[in-house]
Design a protein around this ligand. Sequence first.
Ligand code: NAD
Length: 403
Amino acid sequence: MAGHVPTNACHCEVSHYWIFLSSTIRTLRRRKNYAFSRRILNVKVFNSKTKMKPQIGIIGCGRPDKGQAVGHVRGYLDAGCEVVALCDISEENAAHLRNKFGLTARVYTDSNAMLAQEKLDCVSICLWPHLHAPVTLAAAQSGNVRAIHCEKPIAPTWSEAQKMVEVCAAAGVQLTFNHQRRFNVPFQTAKAMLDAGEIGELESMEAYCFDLFDWGTHWFDMMFFFNNETPVDWVFGQVDISTTYAIFGVPLERFGTSHFAFKNGVRSTLVAGRDDDIWNGLRVRLNGTKGSLEVGQARHSDDHELRILNSADGWKPIAVEGSISGDDAYLKVMAEIIDSLQTGKKSLLDAQNALATTELIFATYESARRRERISLPLEGVEGHPLVELLREKGAIPEGTMVS
Ligand SMILES: NC(=O)c1ccc[n+]([C@@H]2O[C@H](COP(=O)([O-])OP(=O)(O)OC[C@H]3O[C@@H](n4cnc5c(N)ncnc54)[C@H](O)[C@@H]3O)[C@@H](O)[C@H]2O)c1
């Protein structure tokens, strides 16, 4: 059984070393030395004086070598944590994950049994979206979990997404969502260059990906990241539902467009679709008063992850380590969320940030459903406006893809 201490007490000791490190990182950030502060963040979370490693549970062990849980476990182990409990309705999937990392974790097939029996510093929820809310609520209300790190997208309905955040806040449980791209080096480098004024003041952003929900959640989230979490004022959206499909059980449009205005005046557009004639790369472009930055791959090119246009010489590639999808992000994610748990510092993956992204997604769909521009905060929506549109049309897709 994992270390038994009273609920909400610290399950592991915070050393003076960490207090010193955290204050150094804050000072560096104040001085805008982002690169150096991130390098410090990448050191192991706990030093040798720590008496007990943070105790971790995983719910949803994933398809062997394909599921998200692999990245989570790797990140926790790298951050000096101990994975003590695994849960999956498939014993085979749990056994594969346990053996892959040589874990001695106890294995459960029922998440409620695991949550009743384990005292956990953090639990990762790597389930399909329709299970995120019920399992997050159960974990938050178990009294045995201090932090929950849940996979994206938050939930398939707006009311569930809001409830997850409310219940965790009321229970004093840290809640984060795995928009891990915030930690990929090309995005972090672009943000540092934007903050350093290399393209002047941010005026607009344009982004391209596969869909508004499963992939869109990352791209909307990155646009909030680049615009310092500024709230959105209004959104105008459209969807083509002449054909549909589903990923992880959630229906998706054939094409989608979201045009929105942040409250600081920055305008943004996301265009989504998989067909060749609409596909325009997998990228986010930032347009400033003095130039543009682009992260990701353009339609006819995959030879750069980051490039800049701020002189008459045209676009210049910028050499960066890693890619927009690199697994290295998970190492930084788990170190950061455990650090947040120790220090109380707000995580970049904080639930409020993810909720703003989710509100924008559902507001985009609601705009398409109502054929109106939608002002935020989003009102009059409980479920999923795209699902309602598809029900009216009798076009709920059969079957589901796993990406
Ligand atoms: N952050 C990212 O970039 C990214 C990438 C891919 C997927 N995801 C998200 O991660 C989540 C999981 O995706 P995945 O690819 O790991 O899925 P997966 O199908 O590989 O794994 C899900 C696991 O959950 C188990 N499971 C199902 N019901 C359960 C229950 N009630 N209790 C316990 N276990 C149960 C299944 O047996 C399976 O092992 C999804 O929300 C998906 O959108 C995120």
